[in-house]
Ligand binder design. Structure first.
Ligand SMILES: [Fe+2]
Length: 178
């Protein structure tokens, strides 16, 4: 059986593709690779931002995007407690190296954003900068810990037993890296 081998693109609705693209190209740091009118759907288009040679995030603006206002600038605790419909995006996390992460933090600071619209969390296995974009999407820019290969192989080895433990009601944290 063949297996899917990566995310081609993640499509996220936006009410303002101009602001969304400006934020991603100028603050987050991503290359606009294509803008396509969606075939068969009037007044709808996709803006593709390149993440790697094979993956992109695509913002979709069209008449179906509801005008419900997103909650802006959630703290970490609130972002994880806020109601989210099943099947929708809670946040997206982009992979960055230390230099890129530092550059993004400078651009965020220069844009005037402050807590709780942006905040940093040291997860131990990674360090993450969070920022809420102009459409209310929580974007995480994450840098893996230097010993990520060891961490990943340990976690891979016990992923099934940890799932079993969690399902059996033992919910103590297995993050010993912070
Ligand atoms: Fe995350």
């Amino acid at each position: 059986m063949g297996l899917a081998n990566g995310v081609h693109h993640l499509a996220i609705c936006t009410r303002d593709i101009k602001k969304q693209i400006e934020f991603f190209t100028e603050v987050v740091g991503a290359e606009l690779e294509a803008l396509y009118w969606m075939h068969g759907v009037k007044n709808t288009f996709h803006g593709f931002l390149k993440l790697s040679d094979s993956s992109s995030v695509a913002f979709v603006q069209g008449p179906e995007v509801s005008e419900i206002q997103p909650v802006k600038g959630l703290s970490h605790a609130a972002s994880h407690a806020a109601p989210v419909a099943p099947g929708t995006v809670q946040h997206i996390a982009l992979n960055v190296d230390s230099e890129t992460q530092a550059a993004v933090e400078k651009r965020i600071a220069a844009s005037g954003m402050k807590e709780p619209q942006t905040f940093v969390l040291e997860h131990g296995y990674c360090r993450s900068v969070y920022v809420t974009d102009p459409n209310g999407l929580i974007v995480e820019l994450t840098r893996d810990a230097p010993n990520v290969e060891k961490i990943n192989s340990d976690r891979l080895a016990d992923a099934r037993s940890e799932l079993k433990r969690w399902l059996a009601g033992d919910h103590h944290s297995n993050n010993n890296y912070r």
